[in-house]
Write a protein that binds this ligand. Structure first.
Ligand SMILES: [Fe+2]
Length: 146
């Protein structure tokens, strides 16, 4: 098993825990999820990955929550962070597989043209798709070397 596989699995399962109504204190789910996991003494790297999943920093800036999110460290475009973003961006809300561009289009359609989320996902798309591409390249390389 790869060194960070359990961390990635935990982050993928828990990344949207901040949507739970009982946890929604700020209304910004990456921040609310990270604060909850910090409160229950989850491992720091897991908490940080969830705080910064799928370019949450950009949306935090748009919501005036950048200072709050700065309480959590962003490890940058690591293999695990990219893979977490890949999992998020290549999965539909129902759990089906999709492509990055289709997922982004679905989010824009679901939230509508005037939504902050649509503005966010539009601006975040290059970074999100870059993480998807890096992960797909790593997967291809791993398969080729197997
Ligand atoms: Fe999320």
């Amino acid at each position: 098993m790869a060194p960070d596989s359990e961390l990635l699995e935990a982050a993928a399962v828990l990344h949207d825990v901040g949507y739970a109504p009982d946890l929604a204190t700020s209304g910004f789910h990456p921040l609310d999820g990270a604060r909850f996991l910090q409160m229950v003494d989850a491992p720091k790297r897991l908490v940080d990955l969830i705080a910064h999943h799928s370019y949450a920093l950009l949306e935090a800036r748009m919501r005036g929550l950048e200072h709050d999110l700065a309480a959590f460290d962003d490890e940058g475009p690591s293999v695990v962070r990219d893979a977490l973003w890949y999992c998020d961006i290549t999965t539909t809300p129902d759990g089906d597989a999709t492509t990055g561009p289709q997922r982004i289009a679905e989010i824009k359609e679901r939230y509508g043209p005037d939504s902050l989320v649509t503005q966010f996902i539009t601006e975040a798309s290059p970074e999100l798709l870059a993480a998807v591409n890096r992960t797909e390249n790593r997967l291809r390389a791993a398969i080729a070397s197997a």
